[in-house]
Design a protein around this ligand. Structure first.
Ligand SMILES: Nc1nc2c(ncn2[C@@H]2O[C@H](COP(=O)(O)O)[C@@H](O)[C@H]2O)c(=O)[nH]1
Ligand SMILES: [Zn+2]
Length: 378
C-alpha cells in the first residue's frame, strides 16, 4: 500500500528519497516474527517479550529488533554502502516508524498529525512555495512534519486492508478474525482478561468492521486525505464504501436476529400450556401478527449477506446450535451486531493495557486530558 500511495502523491518529491526508502523498509519489517497474539495479551500474560520491553510496545520493539538483526547479516544489509551518518538516519527513522504501528499510540499519533497538517498544505501551491523559500529556517519544523507524516503513512498502510477490493480484503479479514478468536479463546483458558473486540461471543464480522472502520480507520484515512487530495479516490472513498457495506450488513444481521428471536418466542409461547400462559385466555402471541413482514426482511438479509462468508456464518451456526439445545439467543450473545460499539475499539483497549507513553511530547488522550512521557495512564 505504501508503494501505491508513494506513486499516487509523488512522495519522494515531498519527503525525499531516503525517507521513502526508510518507510518502505519499515513497512516490510514492521511485523517480523509476529507471534499472533497482540500486545494486550503479551502484557496481561507477562510474556517474555513484555518482560523484555517493560510492557512498552513489546511486539513493535521485537519486530524492529529482529529487523536490525537481519540487517546485520552481510547478505541482507541493503544499507551496507551507506555512510554512518545516513545509516544513523535510517535506524532512527525505522525505529520511529515501526514503533508507530502500536495501536495503543493511534490517538496520540493522529492528534499530533492533525495539529500540524493545517500549517503545511501540499494542496495549496502558494503555501508549498512559501515553505520551500524558507526551508532552511523551517528545517526543524519540516523535519518534525515529515516525522509525523511518516508515522501516519506507515499506520495507514498497516491497517489499509479495507481500502482493497472486497475479494482481496475479505479473505484477509477472515484470517484476522480467526487470529482474534484464537487469542480470546486462549485468554479464557488461561484466566486472563478477555479482549472484548476479539471475543467470538461479543463480535461478528460486520460489527467488528463497523467499529474498526468507523472509529479507527476512516478518521485516520480522512486526515491523510486532507493533506493529499489525490488519496481520496485511491483509499478514502473505498474505505467509506466498505463502512457503508458493513453497516448495511450489520443492520440486516440485526433484523435477522430479531426475526429469529420472535420465532423462538412464538415457539415458546405455543409450547406453553394455556393454563400457564401469562396472557391467560389468548394463545396468540403479540409478535405473530408481523411475522410475515419479518420473514420478508429475513429474505433480503440473506441476499445482502451473500458476500459474507466463514466467520459470521460460523457465529450464526453456533447460535443456531445453541438454540437447538434450548438456549435463548440472549444466552448465546448479547446483541453482538451493535454498531454503536458496545465493545471498545482496539485503540481504547490497547491504550488501557499500555502502562507508559512512549512519545517524547505531551499528547492529548482520548479522555481529552494531556498525558506526558513516562506518566502512568489510567
Ligand atoms: N477489526 C479490524 N482490525 C483491523 C483491521 N485491519 C487492521 N486491524 C487491526 O490493526 C492491527 C494492526 O496491527 P499489526 O499487528 O498488523 O501491526 C491488527 O492487528 C488488527 O488488530 C480490520 O480490517 N478490522
Ligand atoms: Zn501490521
Amino acid at each position: 500500500m505504501l508503494y501505491a500511495i508513494s506513486w499516487c502523491v509523488d512522495l519522494p518529491s515531498k519527503i525525499g528519497d531516503l525517507e521513502v526508502l526508510i518507510l518502505l523498509t519499515s513497512c516490510i519489517c514492521h511485523d517480523l516474527d509476529h507471534p499472533g497474539y497482540n500486545n494486550i495479551y503479551q502484557i496481561n500474560a507477562k510474556t517474555e517479550l513484555a518482560i523484555r520491553y517493560n510492557d512498552i510496545s513489546p511486539l513493535e520493539n521485537h519486530h524492529c529488533s529482529v529487523a536490525f538483526r537481519i540487517l546485520e547479516n552481510e547478505d541482507c544489509n541493503i544499507f551496507k554502502s551507506f555512510s554512518s551518518e545516513d545509516f544513523k538516519q535510517v535506524r532512527e527513522g525505522m525505529i520511529r516508524c515501526i514503533l508507530a504501528t502500536d495501536m495503543a499510540r493511534h490517538n496520540e499519533i493522529l492528534t499530533n498529525f492533525k495539529e500540524i497538517v493545517p500549517s503545511f498544505n501540499y494542496n495549496d501551491k502558494g503555501h508549498v512555495n512559501l515553505v520551500r523559500t524558507f526551508m532552511s529556517e523551517l528545517e526543524i519544523f519540516s523535519f518534525d512534519l515529515h516525522k509525523k507524516l511518516c508515522m501516519v503513512l506507515i499506520k495507514v498502510s498497516d491497517i489499509s486492508n479495507e481500502a482493497r477490493p472486497m475479494d482481496v480484503a475479505e479473505p484477509w479479514l477472515d484470517k484476522l478474525l480467526q487470529e482474534f478468536f484464537k487469542q480470546s479463546d486462549a485468554e479464557k483458558l488461561e484466566g486472563l482478561p478477555v479482549t472484548p473486540f476479539m471475543d467470538r461471543e461479543k463480535i461478528t464480522k460486520p460489527s467488528s468492521q463497523c467499529s474498526f472502520i468507523g472509529f479507527v480507520l476512516l478518521p485516520l484515512f480522512e486526515a491523510l486525505g486532507d493533506l493529499f487530495i489525490e488519496l481520496q479516490d485511491l483509499i478514502v472513498q473505498p474505505v467509506r464504501e466498505a463502512l457503508d457495506y458493513y453497516r448495511r450488513l450489520n443492520e440486516a444481521t440485526r433484523e435477522e436476529r430479531l426475526h429469529r428471536k420472535s420465532i423462538v418466542e412464538f415457539i415458546d409461547h405455543q409450547n406453553t400450556p394455556i393454563s400457564q400462559s401469562p396472557e391467560s385466555g389468548s394463545t396468540v402471541p403479540k409478535s405473530s401478527s408481523n411475522s410475515s413482514v419479518k420473514m420478508k426482511k429475513s429474505l433480503s438479509f440473506q441476499q445482502t449477506r451473500s458476500r459474507s462468508r466463514s466467520t459470521d456464518e460460523d457465529t450464526e451456526n453456533e447460535g443456531l446450535a445453541a438454540l437447538e439445545e434450548g438456549q435463548s439467543l440472549e444466552d448465546v450473545q448479547e446483541d453482538p451486531e451493535s454498531c454503536d460499539s458496545e465493545t471498545a475499539t482496539e485503540v481504547e483497549v490497547s491504550e488501557k493495557a499500555l502502562k507508559f507513553k512512549i512519545s517524547t511530547e505531551s499528547s492529548i488522550t482520548t479522555t481529552g486530558r494531556k498525558s506526558y512521557p513516562g506518566s502512568r495512564k489510567g
